[in-house]
Design a protein around this ligand. Structure first.
Ligand code: ADP
Ligand code: MG
Length: 225
């Protein structure tokens, strides 16, 4: 994925607040880029633009060779469903569905074969260590397990890009570390271009690269390195 010269502003009283200021970032397939920076520096805005959920004033978002700016909103929604996996802080699972069904629903919305979808759902739940929890509903799972279902669901349609916003902030340190290990492994195995917003310095060692944001700009790697 390539983000090139992204500028995004929000209405702010009489004026506009610049949330992203000419941000350019390349995220290669099969590598995990950590995004750090203080609260309010624009990290979530960057993911929202990368996800094509928000259209920037300037700049381009290229996903798997497709410049998303040239697409209609409807085609962007299709691209989002087919090519982009999104994992936010709160899993947002549907209470009435089992873990496997949460995943199968994604494939169903993309018009995929139910049998293939079921096999893939079970394979992914196995990959995230939940083979024996596939038929549980969210309330029968721990917080860490729910976040694993969330990650597996984001991978259901084999996305080129995986966007993850503070996935471990609701978890204790040990479970957070396990989720991070999982993201690193899946990024390699599934060859996703992964952007991970995190507060946890321990995650940075596992990332292929870290970029730092401040006041809507990319200010380079942390520690001046
Ligand atoms: P971070 O994720 O790094 O905490 P955000 O991207 O959420 O930062 O926010 C960047 C800036 O944009 C902040 O000043 C925030 O208050 C502002 N902002 C974020 N979302 C909105 C919105 N929907 N409307 C107006 N301002 C927003
Ligand atoms: Mg944020």
């Amino acid at each position: 994925m390539v983000l090139d010269g992204i500028t995004l502003t929000y209405p702010d009283g009489d004026g506009r607040l610049t949330a992203l200021d000419a941000v350019s970032l390349e995220a290669p397939a099969g590598s995990l880029t950590a995004v750090v920076g203080p609260s309010g520096s624009g990290k979530s805005s960057l993911l929202a633009v990368a996800a094509t959920l928000v259209t920037p004033e300037r700049g381009s978002v290229v996903v798997g060779g497709t410049d998303t700016g040239g697409l209609s909103r409807a085609d962007q929604a299709v691209l989002r469903r087919e090519r982009i996996g999104i994992v936010f802080q709160q899993p947002n699972l549907l209470p009435s569905l089992t873990a496997a069904e949460q995943l199968q629903l994604m494939a169903h919305m993309s018009g995929r074969q139910p049998r293939t979808a079921r096999d893939r759902a079970l394979e992914l739940l196995d990959a995230v260590g939940l083979a024996d929890r596939a038929h549980r509903r969210p309330h029968q799972l721990s917080g860490g397990q729910r976040q694993r279902v969330n990650i597996a669901r984001a991978l259901m349609n084999e996305p080129a890009v995986l966007l993850v916003d503070e996935p471990t902030s609701a978890l204790d340190h040990e479970r957070g570390a396990a989720v991070l290990d999982l993201l690193v492994t899946l990024t390699r195995e599934r060859s996703t271009a992964t952007l991970l917003v995190t507060h946890d310095r321990a995650h940075l060692e596992r990332a292929d690269r870290t970029v730092t944001m401040a006041d809507g700009r990319l200010v380079g790697p942390p520690y001046g390195g």
